[in-house]
Ligand binder design. Sequence first.
Ligand code: ATP
Length: 352
Amino acid sequence: MHAIQLDGVVKEYTSHGEVVQAVKGVTLDIAEGEFFSLLGPSGCGKTTTMRMIAGFEEPTRGSVRLHGEDVTNVPPNKRDVNMVFQSYALFPHMNVWDNVAFGLKQKKVPTADIQRRVGEILEIVDLKGREKRRPREMSGGQQQRVALARALVNHPRALLLDEPLGALDLKLRQAMQLELKRIQREVGITFVYVTHDQSEALTMSDRIAVMNDGLVEQLADPRTIYERPASPFVAGFIGTSNLLSGTAVAGVVKLGEGRVLVPGQDGDVTVTVRPEKITICPDRPEGEISAVPGKVDEVVYLGTYNSYTVRLADGAEVTVFQQNAVDATLTAERGDSVWLSWQPQHSYVIGS
Ligand code: ATP
């Protein structure tokens, strides 16, 4: 059974007499126990989509089903989902234990059950031994764990998380991404995660819906999204991509003196090739590979790798990443004329 189903969901707001469509028709299914991310730039409608799942917003059109039941007009407190926000929204005057136990006490759960459940969840989020601390005596990451424990302690069937790591610094955020994934696996609850951070979505998700301008542009697992982007927008939003356009004749696109191999293609195509798949060399390479000439505009040293910006004859820019492996030396310098090459399987024709 699907945990969450959205069918043709539209959300319109009226702002200063004008109708704004925040969500323009989203249809998707989220499986039970899945770690699912809504990913997209600011303003694309991901928060609005999540708020309709939670019940804080009512769709203008379309329906929301939770575990098979139509909840489109059911208020948030009658839905078996919880939400975690970026602002942790903890009670500042209560210690960790009381913050987590609060909802269960409200529901008049027997004291022995509260003891057991709060103890269990604090163990899972790795806060055992800190029960007596107050929020202000804890780091941002620890406070986020308390918020998570509080949302999980009453065993919701789905947990909705809206940019929950946004307030943390990069190192802590990366550590918490792995923690969240572990916790989700351990509790086995469906997680729906809103983020504009593509590496965060790639790290944690079973599947990702990439949103743009109120619509889902692609819904797939992280590897497919990265390696087989459905549109130029997805290719550009996830990682760094190079887009090359041209006309294919019998599987070959001629670009000046160079060529890009696109087996089986004919007609106008847009090809994406990732920076780490490209090799730089001074001379035209031999063999059945894609190869285009250009001039190095920029070389940036980035520690684990170098980033080259190479300009082709038609003005297009291509980014190339080269690992700084043991004994690596710079392959080319600014101003050098070079050839870029890659294997045919690393050209992906968008939309194919
Ligand atoms: P962010 O990452 O910045 O939070 P988002 O992808 O979550 O962005 P939403 O908050 O869902 O985007 O907003 C989508 C669009 O709907 C935006 O253009 C926003 O201005 C508009 N919008 C959202 N809420 C309202 C509202 N209450 N009234 C009018 N317009 C709204």
